[in-house]
Design a protein around this ligand. Structure first.
Ligand code: KG4
Ligand code: ZN
Length: 410
């Protein structure tokens, strides 16, 4: 069980994205005028309590994430009640730490941007309530941010932080995580918040969810994505051919429950090919989760199954995204969310985007998974346009990305 935080102090599980410090060059700072706002971002939509201070929507001064993965690991997925309780425990020290690491005080903040949805309602309510009360007590504007818009902005934030090329718009964005597999067309000229058009989404499991469920069936631990990513390179991706789901209606939709069931049936039919599954379970129960240890307990047939599963998922994500990019006239392809950290996914997207004469963009791992820097960055265009929320702003577990979420204007 995760250690609880001592009052006023962050717990040992807090992860500080210190590497952002390396990007904080004078040149970056000088590119901002002295009036660029300090926005505090707060994120609590799922199993990460996060806070960050971002300046001018471009420079991450701090990004603190308290992960709950150790708490949910034994259940093989996020338990909503436990998530809410842990957010309550972490929200105060995480926000304090983010403000302190940014080298400022609460009174220096210009606005508070908080995730409004989508996500787990109990989890969202913790960040929403805290953010609202903080903004009001400081007399600063409150901005409601769609979590999915945050993932989109993570790609632009990465480019600003590294000095890399800024993706051209309109873009096609694949948001692929444990909770989402969505395709959006992103347009705008930078003067107002982006406009988003939903192109497709998953009809059942999210891709990350399929990774987590397959890893559970194979006794590879939780979360499943990183370990499958590491083991897949040792297997033959063409050993087992999992078909591509045929979608009736919107061809840009996804479905991953079929492949998950196909893996289950394959395992049931060929138990003899995975003789060490119980040993893997015992290994995990003893807290050993390294890829090297688990690989030693995987037969070649099991590694081939892992590689074939990943190959099928990656090819499906790449093919549908490229097709959507073509029909929407996208100039760039953005890939974001936890699964965007996958190495095969990145390599395949880069290659296929190039063939289609487009460029693929990804955030770093720290910005791909849930964090609050992306929420602060996504709140910036609303701040600049004076699109503030009022006290009626509420958490919405099903908030669509295309919804208007701003209640009042300055
Ligand atoms: O964005 P995220 O941190 O949280 C949400 O679900 O919103 O994404 C977590 C998901 C998990 O399903 C995890 O298994 C998956 O992202 N994931 C990966 C990789 N790293 C994390 N999936 C495939 N390959 C990875 N390297
Ligand atoms: Zn997310």
């Amino acid at each position: 069980m995760q250690r609880s935080a001592a009052p006023g102090r962050p717990s040992a599980r807090l992860c500080y994205h210190r590497h952002f410090g390396a990007y904080r060059s004078d040149a970056l700072e000088c590119s901002l005028s002295s009036v660029e706002p300090y926005i505090l971002g707060i994120e609590s939509s799922c199993d990460e309590t996060a806070a960050a201070v971002v300046r001018g929507g471009k420079i991450v001064l701090s990004s603190v994430v308290a992960s709950q993965v150790d708490i949910h690991r034994k259940y093989g997925g996020v338990v909503p009640e436990l998530a809410s309780r842990e957010h309550l425990r972490q929200i105060v020290p995480v926000v304090r730490e983010a403000v302190s690491q940014a080298g400022i005080e609460l009174k220096d903040l210009d606005a508070v941007a908080v995730t409004q949805g989508p996500g787990l309602v109990g989890a969202l309510l913790v960040g929403m309530t805290y953010g609202k009360v903080l903004a009001m007590s400081l007399g600063k504007p409150l901005i409601g941010v769609n979590h999915l818009a945050g993932h989109v902005h993570a790609v632009f934030l990465e480019a600003h932080m590294t000095g890399a090329k800024i993706p051209e718009l309109p873009a096609l964005c694949l948001i692929v995580s444990g909770g989402h597999t969505m395709l959006y067309r992103v347009a705008g000229d930078g003067s107002r918040p982006f406009t988003y058009t939903r192109i497709g989404g998953t009809r059942d499991d999210a891709a990350g969810e399929a990774y987590d469920k397959v890893a559970r069936m194979l006794a590879l631990g939780y979360p499943g994505g990183p370990i499958i990513d590491q083991l897949a390179v040792h297997g033959d991706p063409k050993a087992i051919r999992f078909g591509t789901p045929k979608m009736t209606g919107n061809a840009h939709d996804f479905s991953f429950s079929g492949i998950k069931t196909a893996v289950l049936y394959h395992l049931q039919r060929h138990r003899e090919l995975d003789p060490e599954i119980e040993k893997r379970r015992e290994t995990l129960a003893h807290g050993e989760r390294s890829a090297a240890a688990l690989r030693r307990l995987c037969s070649q047939a099991t590694l081939d199954l892992i590689a074939s599963f990943q190959h099928a998922v990656v090819e499906d994500l790449v093919a549908r995204s490229l097709a959507a990019a073509a029909v929407t006239g996208a100039k760039s392809i953005l890939v974001t969310g936890g699964v965007a950290a996958n190495r095969e996914l990145r390599t395949r997207f880069e290659a296929e985007a190039k063939r289609a004469d487009k460029e693929a963009f990804f955030p770093s791992r720290a910005l791909s998974t849930d964090n609050a820097a992306m929420i602060a960055a996504a709140g910036y265009p609303s701040y600049a346009a004076g699109m503030y929320a009022d006290s009626t702003l509420n958490a919405d577990p099903n908030l669509p990305l295309t919804a208007r979420i701003y209640e009042s204007s300055r």
